[in-house]
Structures are given as structure tokens and as C-alpha cells.
Design a protein around this ligand. Sequence first.
Ligand code: ADP
Ligand code: MG
Length: 264
Amino acid sequence: MAGDGPSAPREIPVALDVRSIRKSFGSHEVLKGISLAAREHDVVAILGSSGSGKSTFLRCINLLETPDGGEVRLKGELIRMRQRGGMLVPADMKQVDRIRSRLSMVFQQFNLWQHMTILENVTAAQIHVLGRDRKSAVEKAEAMLAKVGVADKRGHYPGQLSGGQQQRVAIARALAMDPEVMLFDEPTSALDPELVNEVLKVMRDLAAEGRTMLIVTHEMGFAREAASHMLFLHQGLVEDEGPPREIMANPNSERFRQFLSGSL
Ligand code: ADP
Ligand code: MG
């Protein structure tokens, strides 16, 4: 039957196509040409030692940093860049705003607005960026807060919540934008150990739903179970990549082997 059989996965369209991203800070070349093609429903785990460029890579994808070279395409739409004074800059800031709302990011430090209630945190961008009316933004926010298990916190302020609850709110805020791809930058690294699992559970549920996600993480068990593809960055390059179970069992790279054994 059409669509079944071993050739079916190849027909899944590429959601995010990142080619040869380069980025330097001064003379420090942090990314030396990183490429990644994530198909719809892919969950890509990005691993690497501290300082290997994982955050910079995510930030170049949604243009929180401007890459020095390379291309990013979201569902085939190229993010247009132009030269200015010898540097690349986005050609169209309106396009950047649109692309960013299609690529929601979840940060290590949650980045909730402390002076806004939980409900306001989850409705603000829906209203101001997507132009939703307040009623539908509130409905969407309530549904997403319920999905991540914090519906009862809607009237609270972030400071009244645990770290795990705050991160779940941040995930609800990202989901409320109906993103095509979600970017997570070490979403559990700032949490007390006993709060890590409640956030990983939400992320496992999102993976099971077929969300397309790029996740920088040090949670190796989670990455092995939840990710469909794994990328190991080292010194600005993709040092190893492949299906998680395969490359974790049989790393192609000696450095990845050292990383897995905890000695890198
Ligand atoms: P990771 O997330 O893998 O720990 P980062 O992407 O945060 O790594 O950083 C990679 C390297 O780039 C580090 O050496 C860091 O100090 C440097 N770096 C990151 N952001 C900046 C910046 N805005 N200015 C200068 N150096 C930076
Ligand atoms: Mg980082």
C-alpha cells in the first residue's frame, strides 16, 4: 500500500534544513560548518561538552545570533540574509519575526516574565506576535497549561512556582504558538534533580505526539529513548551522528566514546 513499507520515511518532508552554519566570536570560531536536516516528527538530540557550541547553534537557527555563513530553511522557506559591512545580516526583519514564531525556543533558565501571571506569560506572544484575540489566546493558554499539568497555576506569578513547574509553563508558552519546530536548550539543566523527570515526561509526550524538536540535553537516557537522531558536536563540528541507540552503542568517533564514558 502506498506510504507503507521501508521507503515510507523518505517521503516525510524536511521541516528544518540547516546547512553549513558558521559562527565566530572575534577570532574564536565556534561553529565551523554545522548541517542538520530534521524531517517532520524528528526528535534530534544535540550533545556536546560545555562550550562546544550547542547553544550558539540553536541561536543561529532562530537568529538570536546571526550566522557568519550557511543557510537555514524552515519548511522550504529560506531565511534571507544579506551582506552589510562585510557581515551577514537578516535581509528582512519581518521574515525573522515570522520564522521565530514558527520555531519556539525553551531555555535553560525558563525566561518567564516575572511580573506577569502564568496566564499572561502564555497569552502575551499569542496576542502581540500572532495577533490572536484575547479570548482565543486564553483558551489556547488554558489548554496548553492543562496539557503540561499546571492549569491550577494560571493566576500565580513565576516566582511562586517550582523550577519544574516554571519550565512546564515555558513549554506551554512555546506550544501555544503552534510552532512547526521546537528548540530546547538544556531544558532540565537548571532544575533540582527531583524535578527533572516531570519536565522530561512532558517532552516525551511531545515526542510521542510527533512534534518536531531539537533538544540540547545532557540527559542521556532520555536522549536515547526519545530521540530519533543524535548529533554530537565537538570543537565546532559534527563529530558523530546517527540513530541514538546505534551510535551510543558503537560510536564512530573516539571523542564521542570518551564523552559517553564521562571522560571528555
Ligand atoms: P555550549 O552551549 O555548547 O556550552 P555555547 O554555544 O554557549 O556552548 O558557547 C560556545 C563558545 O562560544 C564558548 O566558548 C562561549 O564562550 C562562546 N560564546 C558564546 N556566546 C558568545 C558571545 N555572545 N560572545 C563571545 N563568545 C561567546
Ligand atoms: Mg549552552
